[in-house]
Design a protein around this ligand. Structure first.
Ligand SMILES: Nc1ncnc2c1ncn2[C@@H]1O[C@H](COP(=O)(O)OS(=O)(=O)O)[C@@H](OP(=O)(O)O)[C@H]1O
Length: 337
């Protein structure tokens, strides 16, 4: 009996030990996924107080997303990630095992009275499971896409990758490449998928077949970054449900390209795709990518129509205001004379 009791006690001690070990293992695993240290995990959880990410800029890559990040960073009710591109949904979550707590810790200035968001252009071209995870995290997420003409966008992407590779001695600089070489690199199915990442239509379809409603997605035109930046930002602010703010003219008109942090780098004018080469390339690719452009137009069309209507309504209002002001001036001057 005694030996039975001892062995029972022994067994329960072993079970208790195993339980403790398992608990420690689980704690270590959750520390690994959340990126927290053991002393951090002992502190009261902060994440329960952190608001969820409410909006995302999801592309297109090379369509003015760094400019958009800079404009949104001017808004007092918006909290952006410290780094422009968090890459949680396309990389950190699955490939690096990070959790939502880690994700939300990328927004150290978040608070309940601020709208939290980040911009990672690669989210537009993710596969279904990742979109599903993003939707499950926050089914009410608002998504912003800037659309840029497909071939010009790919040229911009190619130039960026070519400059990086050439600097490392891993590729010829664009200036010494033949047209055929540039076309081959631009259209390659291998990373960095220059033309592949112009597939906005497929990206939008993937979003709506994996939970997102079209009303949750705003598609705006890249061209307006240069042509009508203030109106574009009004549409974005309205879409996000925050107050419209007037951004300084000089900022609105600056060419922003950001790499890894909040430091806005004004684009180097010499860092442009050689103009003649671009014209030749665009001529050659126009026919080959007719189908891709048609699909983007078909799927993106209704979104862009909605966006155009919002832009036109603003213009009409401004014209009405001008006319009214002009009439008032005439009345005042007539009264004076
Ligand atoms: N204010 C303004 N007006 C006109 N164009 C502008 C502006 N700000 C940024 N840009 C152009 O946007 C291109 C970079 O886009 P992204 O910031 O999305 O690039 S990235 O995906 O983050 O690498 C890049 O395009 P390319 O010059 O054709 O490469 C920038 O020049």
């Amino acid at each position: 009996m005694a030996s039975f009791a001892a062995s029972m006690a022994n067994m329960s001690a072993t079970a208790a030990n195993q339980k403790v070990k398992k608990k420690k293992k689980r704690a270590a695993a959750s520390t690994e996924t959340s990126g927290a240290t053991s002393s951090e995990s002992k502190r009261p959880r902060q994440d329960s107080r952190r608001p969820k990410v409410a909006f995302l800029g999801i592309g297109m890559q090379k369509a003015g997303t760094s400019w958009l990040y800079t404009m949104l960073s001017q808004h007092p009710s918006i909290c952006l990630s410290v780094e422009k591109e968090v890459h949680y949904w396309d990389m950190h979550k699955e490939e690096k095992g990070k959790g939502d707590e880690w994700y939300e810790s990328q927004f150290p200035e978040s608070s309940p009275d601020k709208l939290v968001g980040e911009i990672t252009p690669d989210y537009l071209n993710m596969w279904a499971t990742r979109i599903g995870q993003m939707h499950a995290y926050n089914p009410n997420l608002k998504l912003i896409v800037l659309h840029r003409e497909e071939i010009s966008r790919a040229c911009s992407a190619f130039l960026m990758w070519n400059r990086i590779a050439a600097e490392k001695g891993e590729a010829k600089a664009i200036e010494s490449m033949t047209d055929d070489e540039v076309v081959a690199a631009l259209t390659s199915m291998e990373p960095p998928h220059c033309m592949g990442l112009s597939e906005m239509g497929k990206g939008l379809e993937n979003l709506t077949t994996n939970g997102f409603k079209p009303e949750q997605i705003l598609v705006a035109e890249f061209e307006d970054v240069a042509k009508r930046p203030d109106q574009l930002m009004n549409v974005v602010f309205d879409f996000l449900g925050v107050e419209r703010i007037q951004i300084e003219e000089e900022k609105l008109k600056t060419n922003f390209q950001i790499k890894t942090d909040r430091t806005a780098v004004v684009a180097n004018k010499s860092n442009k795709f050689p103009k003649d080469l671009k014209e030749r390339i665009m001529g050659r690719l126009e026919k080959a990518y007719k189908e891709l452009k048609r699909r983007n137009k078909k799927v993106g069309g209704p979104y862009l129509k909605r966006y155009q209507a919002l832009m036109d309504a603003q213009e009409e209002k401004e014209e009405e205001k001008k006319e009214k002001e002009e009439k008032e001036t005439i009345i005042t001057e007539t009264a004076k004379s």
